[in-house]
Design a protein. Structure first.
Ligand SMILES: [Cu+2]
Length: 133
């Protein structure tokens, strides 16, 4: 019992659950953060802009995010999107990224970059990919 308690106390990766109301969301996790996201529209159409809504929570011991960047690229093709995204914070750990567009079919990888403490330290990167047909 005592050992278990010490293990729990020494853990810096306590889970948290990001809340993104309004429907189902994909969850991805890094050592420090958990992120829920969904696209709008839900089904991405090649060559049409879409929005990514996301919610972020910091696990125990991790700094609260200052800002989030959202980007995407095609790792196999070594190119990114033709547009830059604009991320706005809705407060309360929620963000909205506008201006995404996947301009061709294939595997696209989202890159979520979480920044804390100004310029100090590298941003935490979280990635996940989707295949568009
Ligand atoms: Cu490509």
């Amino acid at each position: 019992m005592r050992v278990l308690l010490l293990m729990l106390l020494s853990s810096t990766t306590w889970a948290c659950m990001p809340e993104l109301p309004g429907g189902k969301a994909q969850i991805i996790e890094s050592a420090k953060y958990a992120l829920a996201y969904r696209t709008q529209p839900e089904k991405i159409v090649i060559g049409q802009h879409f929005v990514v809504e996301l919610a972020l929570c910091a696990k125990a011991g991790a700094a609260v995010p200052d800002s989030v960047r959202v980007d995407a690229h095609m790792p196999e093709h070594r190119h990114g999107m033709n547009y830059k995204t604009k991320v706005t914070s809705n407060g309360d750990g929620k963000y909205r990224a506008e201006g995404l567009m996947f301009h061709m079919p294939g595997r696209w990888e989202y890159i979520f970059e979480v920044r804390t403490g100004g310029t100090a330290g590298a941003p935490e990167r979280m990635t996940t990919s989707v295949v568009l047909q």
